[in-house]
Design a binder for this molecule. Structure first.
Ligand code: ADP
Length: 568
């Protein structure tokens, strides 16, 4: 009589095990765990019918038991399919349905035992074979566990099937039942081990995956524990490329974050790492790199609470320097556009006011004498000319700056170009009462060619010459030199005057738009709009060249521009 109580113990054990599976299913939502739970519930029922049979000795109870036995093995098979994330083939459902119908018919019409047991036993053997095949082919568990599971499957499945046939002849096979129960539990245990193994591997894979992501991300990922002791639990190695400090620097010193920011940000960064930040989620700081440079870092952190107490801070530090710079650039370009507009309106306003003044004076008869009228007309015409120049300059500069200006480049001999430039401006210098000193270094210029737009190079040259004339006293000298810098492979033109010169304060700005120094021009010469040198620089740069100025206030200036020489 020890058998029923032993079986009862196993029923309780098996049911307990199925609850464990259901609990695991509730947590992981893995389908195969649910099938395994159902499998062992079915087995508990099968054992229950066995006890009933052992007590009542009614053979129908054993036949009912067969239904649960079949469900038991079937759920095990379904679990194996789900374990491999494969759809369960529908033929298993169909076979099972036919067999269940055959069983019910057999019980109802009291077929002889063999005709009920035999098809079920065969079916069990087929399922067992299929199970073994699946385990062998697809389960990714260690070889030993795989081999053990297959051995237990075979013994259990085939044993069950063969035992059924024994039951037909010899009822009440206590020792065989016991063996079956023991095998079932070993199997159950094996499956549980497989589950644990799989979970462990999955956790390891997930951990490796997250580690790979964390360690290869350019953003810095950190986890800062607050209780019991503040400490960096994790900070990704990318912190080194961002700040120059290693992860170890942070692991060794929980307050190392102070090294990252200038002192005015100490309170802010402290509040982030103490979990008391009131800034919301994103805060941008100026970060100090170990090498002394600075960068912009955006902190995105979350405080983790336990019982309403901050326990840890996790977050990301992102390098936003480029974004910040672009933002600043945008701001400064907006500012310079506003500045440009105000310059333009100022430059336009002055001549227009003067034109309007004279036109009104002519209209209302204030200027009525012929010579007054003539003088007014001349001023109006000269102001209108200034306006036209200004508008042309602005138009040209805007086209140059947007690369929309079309140049007519030509192949030119450097010597020829030098002679042409001198020829076109010699008279202007002489007419201003200034002595020209021309130096064409024919030796270095012979056989040198350049590719230039001659009209535009003349524009640059004449702008520099006219500036020199404007600021040079009659009787003084303007020296023009043409040569080749063989080492730098450049054709060089320099124009030096002995005029008023430019202060060191003004010198860096003279190529800027609308920049005019405070140096007054000599009488009778017009001061320009401050665009000439800006346009000249754009033209020279478009030729692949450079332009520069040197000057000493009161002693004169030298403007030099160079253009790459053309080599075949
Ligand atoms: P502008 O049309 O006013 O001459 P530029 O762009 O050609 O404008 O020159 C800018 C400023 O540079 C001038 O206003 C002047 O103050 C200074 N500058 C240019 N060339 C000379 C020079 N040879 N001597 C002294 N100052 C000069």
């Amino acid at each position: 009589m020890y058998l029923p109580s032993l079986i009862m113990t196993f029923i309780i054990l098996t049911l307990l095990m199925s609850f464990v599976y259901f609990y695991m299913f509730a947590r992981s939502q893995e389908r195969y765990v649910r099938f395994w739970g159902l499998c062992w519930v079915a087995y508990s029922f099968s054992l229950l019918f066995l006890i009933l049979y052992l007590n009542m000795n009614a053979i129908q109870l054993m036949e009912f038991r067969k239904i649960f036995d079949m469900a038991n093995i079937l759920f095990l098979l379904f679990g194996a399919y789900a374990f491999m994330h494969t759809q369960i083939p529908t033929y298993w459902h169909r076979f099972t349905l036919y067999l269940a119908m055959w069983l019910i018919l057999g019980i109802y019409y009291r077929f002889d035992l063999l005709s009920i047991y035999l098809p079920i036993s065969l079916y069990q053997i087929i399922i067992t074979a299929m199970l073994c095949h699946i385990v062998y082919r697809y389960w990714k568990v260690p070889q030993f566990e795989k081999g053990l599971s297959i051995a237990v499957f075979i013994l259990w499945g085939a044993g069950k099937a063969v035992m059924s046939l024994f039951e037909v002849h010899y009822y009440n096979l206590s020792s065989l039942y016991l063996m079956e129960i023991i095998f079932s539990n070993i199997l159950n245990f094996c499956i549980f081990i497989i589950y644990l193994q799989k979970t462990r591997t999955e956790v390891a894979i997930a951990e490796r995956l997250y580690r790979i992501i964390a360690e290869n991300a350019t953003d810095v990922i950190f986890y800062y524990t607050l209780k019991p002791q503040p400490a960096f639990t994790y900070i990704s190695p990318s912190i080194e490329s961002l700040t120059g400090y290693t992860s170890d620097d942070f692991y060794n010193n929980p307050r190392f974050y102070f090294e990252l920011v200038p002192s005015e940000f100490f309170d802010d960064i402290k509040s982030i790492f103490q979990g008391t930040s009131h800034y919301g989620h994103d805060t941008t700081f100026l970060l100090l790199h170990k090498n002394g440079s600075t960068l912009w870092g955006e902190f995105n952190s979350t405080v983790l609470y336990e019982d309403q107490e901050p326990m840890a801070v996790e977050g990301i530090i992102r390098d936003v320097t480029r974004m910040k710079n672009a933002e600043n650039q945008l701001r400064s370009s907006k500012h310079s556009r506003d500045l440009l507009l105000s310059y333009i309106s100022h430059e336009l306003k002055t001549p227009i006011t003067s034109i309007l003044g004279y036109v009104n004076a002519l209209n209302d008869g204030t200027l009525h004498q012929e010579d007054e009228k003539k003088a007014a007309m001349e001023i109006i015409s000269s102001k209108a000319l200034t306006l036209e120049h200004l508008i042309n300059d602005l138009f040209q500069l805007s086209k140059l700056e947007n690369n929309q200006f079309s140049f007519t480049f030509m192949h030119f001999s450097a010597l020829e170009l030098s002679r042409q430039l001198v020829h076109q401006h010699l008279l202007d210098i002489k007419t201003a009462g200034i002595k020209p000193v021309i130096e064409i270094d024919s030796a270095s210029l012979t056989d040198i060619n350049v590719i230039v737009d001659p009209k535009r190079i003349d524009q640059v040259f004449s702008n520099i010459i006219f500036n020199a004339i404007k600021y040079t006293k009659p009787g003084d000298k303007i020296k023009i030199k043409f040569c080749t810098d063989r080492i730098a492979k450049k054709y060089v033109v320099s124009i030096s005057d002995t005029g008023k010169g430019i202060s060191q304060e003004d010198l860096p700005n003279i190529f800027d738009r609308f920049y005019k120094s405070h140096t007054p021009v000599y009488n009778g010469r017009e001061s320009g709009s401050g665009l000439g040198l800006t346009i000249s620089r754009e033209i020279v740069t478009s030729h692949g060249g450079e332009i520069s100025a040197k000057s000493t206030l009161g002693k004169g200036s030298t403007f030099t521009f160079s253009i790459p020489i053309y080599e075949e």
